[in-house]
Structure formats: C-alpha cells, structure tokens
Design a protein around this ligand. Sequence first.
Ligand code: ZN
Length: 261
Amino acid sequence: MPRYVLIALAAALLAGCAHRGPPGLDVDTSVTAVSQGSRVRSIVLHYTTLDDVHSLEELSRGKVSAHYLIQENGKTWQLVDENRAAWHAGASAWQGITAMNSTSIGIELVNPGWTPGPDGVAVWRPYDPRQLRSLVLLARDIAQRHGIAPENIVGHSDIAPQRKVDPGPLFPWKWLASQGIGRWYDEAAAAAHLARLQQEPLPGIAWFQAQLQRLGYAAPQTGQADRETSNVLAAFQMHYRPSRHDGQPDAETAAIMLALP
Ligand SMILES: [Zn+2]
C-alpha cells in the first residue's frame, strides 16, 4: 500500500476516534452540548508601573500575572492561557460579580503610571499609539471570541476603586469605544441632561451611589458622602470624564451617568 494511503487511513481513524481520558478510562467526546458558553465575562485593563524587562519578569515569575502584556512599542506577549486564571484583578467587583480573576482576561500595558511633578501634582504618561493599536486588535478579538459585552471591558480602577487607579486618566476610553471596544455615553444626550441639571439643585449623594451601582460599580449605598463613595466617583470620572477626577459629585458627572444605558 502506498505510504500516503496509510497516512490518510491513520488520519481518518484518529478523526473518527473521539475518545479521551486518563489511562484506564475511555471517555467518549463524540457528543458536544449545544448549551454552553465561555467562562470569560470581562476584560480588565491595567498598567504595569514598570519598564518592559521588569514588567515581563514580574508578570511571568512573580506572584502576579496577566494573560497578556503589551509593551509601549506594541510587542504583545501571552503569558497565561485564556482558559486559565491569571492573578491580575485581586479583590474586585463589577456588575455584582466578585473575585474576577476566575471570570476575566487581564491585559497589562507597560506604562509608568504617574510620577510626582515639581509642584507635587501627579504627572501621567500618555499611552503609545503603537501599544494602543495592538490593544485594539487584541481586545476586539478576545471580546468577539468570548462574547464580552462592551460594558464589561473595564479598567482595574473600575473593579477595585478603593485600591487601584490604573489604567489612569490618560487611558483613551473614548477613542477605544470609537474602535468598537468598551462602553461610551451618548454625548448629545449628556449635553441635554447637563443643560437641564444646571438649572436644578445637584442630586444628592444617594442618587450618585445608586447610579454608580446601576452602571456596574461596587459603591456604598449609604447616602453618606464618605471616602469610599468619593473613590468610586473618582474611578467613574477617570473613565468617562478624565479632565477632572476629584471624586466630587457634580452636574457634568450626573449628566454623563444619565446618558449611559
Ligand atoms: Zn492593575
């Protein structure tokens, strides 16, 4: 028998043999359930605060990790298989889902974050366009394959607002949404809401807390203007109104909230 026929026969036999399992057990995998879905519910974006070499070392050899690491020049590493959990989120919550390491894909961007400027004000580093281009290609593909809703593409600060500020106020959420990635608000609707809100007393802190919760954030629902609420408001503002992210409730923040589905 010619050699190529033997190879074809072996391939056909292997393809028909839908069995797998540990030694001693024959598991039939020839039937696949139609009712199933990805375990991945969200994509969480971070910055590393380290340079290329130290980011790679920390995320591959340290006690934290991420599925992907993108350098400023756009080079992209996969460090953890998407079917496995990476240790990137820590204590976290979004849309009522907690401990998000087990349900999310983590993407780390090389970026130093902020450094204190001469006047003591934080100076943030802009993201490199080459890095953002890689991020768009990667995030689009992940979101498509796992069926991730736009509102579930979030920053570390969105899911852990009491502890984290990454990816920071210079992360271009609006531009990313224009590329089809993540949630953004209806700007015309926000302008109309703002015009009306400016004629009225500002809604109370309980209103802001309820809106934050509606939009996915783990926010206190106490009616008290406390430090925790201010941290969540600051996280919201960094994402949707980065020009001022002081954690104070204001009319523009309220208008944006109302313009988000
Ligand atoms: Zn982070």
